[in-house]
Design a protein around this ligand. Structure first.
Ligand code: MRU
Length: 406
């Protein structure tokens, strides 16, 4: 059978043109309607992309964090000696590592690049050779991540039987990694082996990584997919429509408590109630042995706007010189045309410069004024609700004390 991941794009990649470097990424805020790429040639641009979820998913932000350092090294560092260079790089690394707090992959990747830089500097490399070595090391995170995900896929697929119906939450797919995915990597491996019948994909409010990104990946991969709202999992699991739940992870504590996208813990409680196995798939680097339990995991709080309204992007595809074209052309002649909506919200129309296509970006409020919002991006699923943690090294199960021992 053909590899179902053939039509999936790479999520983040590095390009060096002459002496100028760029971190390229698919803009995940606009998928699936608009398939745009973003190129960052400063580390601040990569930090902004991580914060705005242009690139998201724990492994993908880890890789992007490493590449943020590479882009600083190539385009922005101006020190004339190794000592000054390393000191300045420490400052940049600390800023990058703090872009988002919950996924440990980000600080893990940045610290690894810094450790590498220190080790190479101690070997006595010239500044020029040191910079080249750091860039090469940062770029190697891309291939390493894919290899880890493929190994997770192979281990996890052993849990599947022919005809498996799997539920997943958020996007732990190729888009959450450099390529292939963690939870979805298992589904892709299983589908290629003829073991997966259908995937139930939770839309994952508030920013719909499931409905926008997972459903898009699965449909490109040709996997039968049923989209459900997050609050439908009790119905789907209770009615016996699913054989296993597989999700990713942003940070796993030493006892196996797992932080993942908000809503995951609820699905795990429901799965336990109805006797459906619940698995977590993640690279070993997601396990933070410095934290005894999930209580110590810092949970990112995100902007109220994610809940107060919906963001969307798209295109007006006009016929050149038609009345719609003329109207949009006039409107955007001097730059994007922005509208403020009555009751809150923004709508902007921009040119796409191919002679007939115009883009729109909107945030439309669908909630009343005067309410407070609580918007944690992740929750922690207690280890006792997890039947297995699937890593590149194999599958961990709980010990007799109910905790995981990595
Ligand atoms: O806020 P995000 O989109 O970066 O969150 C990502 C998740 O929580 C995913 O569910 C995932 O499992 C972790 S990345 C494989």
């Amino acid at each position: 059978m053909a590899d179902c991941t053939e039509k999936l794009p790479r999520t983040v990649w590095w390009q060096l043109e002459g002496s100028h470097g760029g971190v390229w990424m698919i803009d995940q805020t606009k998928l699936p309607v608009v398939g745009e790429t973003v190129c960052c040639d400063t580390y601040a641009c990569v930090i902004d992309a991580i914060k705005r979820l242009v690139v998201r998913g724990a492994p993908a932000i880890g890789v992007s964090g490493a590449l943020a350092l590479a882009v600083w090294v190539v385009n922005e560092s101006s020190q004339s000696d190794v000592e000054g260079f390393i000191t300045a790089m420490e400052g940049v690394a600390s800023e990058v590592a703090q872009a988002r707090p919950t996924a440990v992959a980000l600080s893990w990747a940045v610290n690894r690049v810094m450790d590498f830089a220190h080790a190479k500097a101690a070997e006595g490399l010239t500044l020029e050779h040191l910079k080249a070595a750091i860039v090469e090391f940062a770029e190697s995170f891309i291939t390493e991540d894919e290899a880890i995900n493929r190994a997770i896929g192979k281990h996890g697929a052993k849990l599947l039987k022919p005809g498996s119906r799997i539920m997943t939450h958020c996007n732990a797919g190729s888009l959450a990694t450099a390529f292939f995915g963690t939870a979805l990597g298992i589904i892709y491996t299983g589908f290629n082996a003829g073991l997966v019948e259908r995937v139930y994909c939770c839309e994952t409010r508030p920013v719909n990584q499931g409905g926008r990104l997972t459903a898009w990946e699965l449909s490109r991969a040709g996997i039968p997919t049923t989209l459900i709202c997050d609050n439908m999992s009790a119905t789907v699991l209770g009615k016996g429509m699913v054989d296993a739940v597989i999700v990713g992870a942003d940070r796993i504590a030493a006892n196996g408590d797992t932080a993942n996208k908000i809503g995951t813990c609820g699905h795990a409680i429901i799965a336990k109630r109805f006797g459906v196995p619940f698995y977590v798939a993640a690279p070993m680097a997601t396990i933070d042995m410095s934290l005894a339990s999930g209580e110590e995991i810092v949970i990112e709080q995100r902007s109220a706007s994610e809940i107060l309204g919906n963001a969307s992007s798209g295109f007006f595809d006009t016929i050149a010189k038609s009345p719609e074209f003329e109207a949009l052309d006039t409107m955007t002649h001097d730059g994007p045309m922005e509208f403020s909506m009555v009751g809150g919200g923004r709508f902007a129309i921009d040119r796409d410069l191919d002679g007939r296509t115009f883009a729109y970006h909107s945030w439309l409020r669908n909630t009343p004024d005067g309410i407070d919002v609580f918007n944690p991006a992740f929750d922690v699923t207690p280890a006792e609700l997890i039947d297995g943690i699937i890593t590149e090294n194999g599958i961990y199960t709980r010990g007799e004390d109910g905790a995981f021992h990595f």
